[in-house]
Design a protein around this ligand. Sequence first.
Ligand SMILES: NC(=O)c1ccc[n+]([C@@H]2O[C@H](COP(=O)([O-])OP(=O)(O)OC[C@H]3O[C@@H](n4cnc5c(N)ncnc54)[C@H](O)[C@@H]3O)[C@@H](O)[C@H]2O)c1
Length: 334
Amino acid sequence: MNDFAGRIAVVTGGGTGMGRELVRQLVAEGCNVAMCDVSASAMAETQLLCEAQRLPQGLRLTSHLADVSDAAQVERFRDEVEERQQTDRIHLLFNNAGIGGGGSMIANSREEWERTFNICWGGVYLCTRTFLPMMLRADAAHIVNTSSVNGFWASVGPRVSHTAYCAAKFAVKGFTEALMTDLRLHAPHIKCSVVMPGHIGTSIVANSRKIHSGTDSDSLSAAEIAQARQRAAAGGLEVTSMSDADIQNMVLERARQFLEDAPTTAADAATIILNGVKAGRWRILVGHDAHRIDELVRQSPEQAYELDFFEAFAGEVGWRLGTPTAPKPASPAS
Ligand SMILES: NC(=O)c1ccc[n+]([C@@H]2O[C@H](COP(=O)([O-])OP(=O)(O)OC[C@H]3O[C@@H](n4cnc5c(N)ncnc54)[C@H](O)[C@@H]3O)[C@@H](O)[C@H]2O)c1
């Protein structure tokens, strides 16, 4: 599919980050879009940004509150898409919604681990299954599943546990690769791609913390401060002399760095993804860091989880992820 004009796309997690940029760029190309998210205010912001760039005449952009890890909510989302987009078919499905967290089988709760896994993997599975009949009815369709470099390299460095996210992203990659053959055999008009971004500048760190803690606040609860302290200590940071305010600042600083110090912006990532779909590519690496880690893991798989391997890679591409963040001094008021 090399032209999105007049098509109908479903984008999960359209409220912020890469999802928002996908929605904006699809709309700019004249594609009708139905987005879902767990944040109504974030979707309202995406909608406003799209309207500010002027929606093409008659284009339908609809927002739907739905948690992709909940089968009943995904089915309701599908029903709403049929009604509000006035269609029984869609052409593009971007399974983009995802969160981090639940890194450790030991230090994190089962609930947190499964929340990350069920959104990052379960969401892709449920949305694919639920929207498949609408793609079977279309003349052409494309499923775009967002995995990560963590879909082929299960690490952000040897100082950080990352099990739930990596397990989910490997599942997304394996599922999408197997789906290629399944679609060729049973529905050859549907294609699929797996997207593997490196570090992209988004608010995923801050958003994930809020989703896990069930709050919209930037202030950490006592339990979150204790957990962040434990995680920093496990990563080799000296935390005994740090106050709770220092820990809070460290967490905010890490989220800020993730958003602002990334080698690739969310807008550039969305362009790379959409160009990859138009070019019919099934594997879409996003960012020079993603291309480089792909090469390195193939070159020396046995070394991939060693400190030397990580430090050489991080140094080469300028990654600061996976390295303990020294806290910024707490403000005098705190
Ligand atoms: N940012 C990166 O460096 C990076 C790297 C590799 C892969 N990814 C993946 O890219 C995708 C987009 O992430 P992003 O970085 O743009 O993050 P983001 O936090 O900016 O955007 C994710 C959106 O998904 C929404 N969301 C979260 N849980 C949801 C749920 N259960 N149901 C519906 N919506 C939900 C969030 O509210 C948010 O609007 C994710 O799958 C993420 O794992 C990100």
